[in-house]
Design a protein around this ligand. Structure first.
Ligand code: F0G
Length: 448
């Protein structure tokens, strides 16, 4: 391929290549059906010699592409002309060092960092991916878009589609979406289709609908979306004064983030921009723990791209035979057939990764701690701190290491869960409101 960027099948026995302008059915390789990557001819791109060179963009923040937390790293995702690039100001996110949360997970002060992606325009990390994917959509002249979602993707798609003039349809599982997210999809003007089923059912349907109606698919099967999500790692490094942490901890749902993060670090090392790759911990909820089960119990590995397909097929056949539907209070990661499974296995290989599953109780308690001592987050994001606590107790992560946890979504995404946790005293950190009569003396007596 002669351009700056191209698409390539991840199956080493296929390796088919396509122009970036090609939109294959469901973003899968038309030759073998595998996932596609965006790859770069780095020698044709003016990538800076060192990461700190990206700092110069801070001086020209009046330019939207330099302000964007995605596009200010544009040489590292150079797949389209500036004229197609879409931004609504995504990626102005904070890496917060947090000693109180560090104490909760039994880490030494100074070493725990929370990357708060809830600050994005639609309140979740998805906006990083959508800035990139909608730019590709514009480049290929798409008019209508669609996604399946546990909620955040639909909110983000709706916001970006509206801002760049595309129509959009979002598919959500009936009763499986947190209220904050549903309210956003409707408010941002998406056509919202509630399917009687779970996320995995929606994901299957949306792929077929996109092929039949020629809609542009915005789920993380879309490799251009993952290019945008790489920038979360660049921003963590940026905020650590261009150094890498020892560990990245991320929740695992459809496994787009973990896949993107692994690719980001692989490329940075390939380019000589970092010397070492951090380790990665991917955290499932126990009620939706396909990755955990396949990696830790079935010993599934990347194996140079020759993943043992039979293990996955048997696993999914068993889920079907049992009519299994995943269940967790962290509805964002309530997924049992993650579409990026193989890319995630590759990321585990690149980052010497580990996988754990944590219970809903652990997630809710961790969420309350992040709320009390940090900037707050939605349940799926709190799986990171619950997972980190587990990995600390196992000694996999040491107390003096530097760990960055990705808090993927805003606390107001799922107010019902938060109110129930506190009001119904569901956990050890519940902080219920106190009923008071409309009487000054009584009220004063209640204040501690
Ligand atoms: N955290 C939040 C807040 C999410 O919304 C999601 C995924 C994840 C974590 C998991 O990320 O798929 O990259 O492993 N939400 C998708 C959605 C599935 O439809 O909004 P992943």
């Amino acid at each position: 391929m002669t351009g700056k960027a191209y698409q390539k099948c991840i199956n080493p026995d296929c390796g088919a290549e396509f122009e970036c302008r090609a939109v294959t059915d469901g973003f899968k390789c038309p030759k073998c059906g595998e996932l596609l990557d965006v790859r770069y001819n780095w020698d044709r791109i003016g990538v800076p010699d060192k990461l700190s060179d990206f700092s110069r963009r801070w001086a020209s923040r009046d330019k939207p592409l330099d302000f964007s937390g995605v596009w200010r790293f544009r040489e590292l995702l150079d797949f389209c002309d500036d004229k197609y690039k879409v931004t609504i100001g995504e990626g102005q996110t904070i890496l917060q060092q947090n000693d109180a949360v560090a104490k909760y997970v039994d880490m030494q002060p100074g070493g725990l960092f929370l990357q708060y992606e809830g600050l994005n325009p639609s309140g979740s990390f998805k906006d990083n991916g959508m800035a990139a994917a909608f730019s590709h959509a514009k480049m290929v002249g798409a008019k209508s878009s669609a996604c399946a979602s546990t909620g955040n993707t639909s909110a983000s798609v709706a916001l970006y589609a509206h801002s760049c003039g595309l129509k959009c349809t979002v598919f959500i599982g009936s009763g499986r979406i947190a209220f904050g997210k549903l309210s956003q999809a409707m408010d941002y003007g998406a056509q919202t289709i509630q399917i009687q089923g779970d996320f995995d059912d929606c994901m299957r349907q949306v792929q077929d609908v996109c092929i039949r109606l020629g809609l542009y698919l915005l789920n993380s099967l879309n490799p251009f979306r993952l290019e945008g999500q790489k920038t979360i790692m660049y921003r963590i490094i940026e905020q650590m004064a261009w150094d890498v942490p020892d560990w990245i901890v991320v929740p695992g749902g459809n496994l787009g983030n973990s896949s993107a993060f692994g690719k980001a670090f692989h490329e940075l090392r390939q380019l000589g921009l970092i010397e070492r790759i951090p380790r990665m911990a991917i955290i499932n909820a126990t009620g939706a723990d396909t990755l955990n089960d396949l990696v830790n119990n079935k010993k599934l590995v990347w194996n140079g791209g020759r993943v043992d397909r039979a293990v996955i097929d048997n696993y999914y056949a068993d889920l079907t035979a049992r009519s299994f539907s995943p269940h967790t209070c962290a509805s964002a990661i309530e997924i049992s057939r993650p579409v990026n499974l193989k890319k995630c296995l590759r990321a585990i290989d690149v980052c010497n990764g580990v996988v754990r599953a944590v219970t809903d109780e652990e997630i809710c308690d961790a969420k309350a701690i992040i709320g009390k001592y940090g900037l707050g987050c939605e349940p799926a994001s709190a799986a990171t701190i619950a997972g980190l606590r587990r990995l600390r107790s196992e000694g996999v992560i040491a107390a003096d290491q530097r760990v960055a946890c990705v808090l993927t979504g805003h606390p107001l995404k799922d107010p019902n869960l938060t109110v129930n946790y506190h009001k119904e005293r569901q956990g050890q950190f519940s902080n219920p409101p106190i009923e008071a009569p409309n009487d000054l003396e009584e009220i004063i007596r209640l204040i501690k």
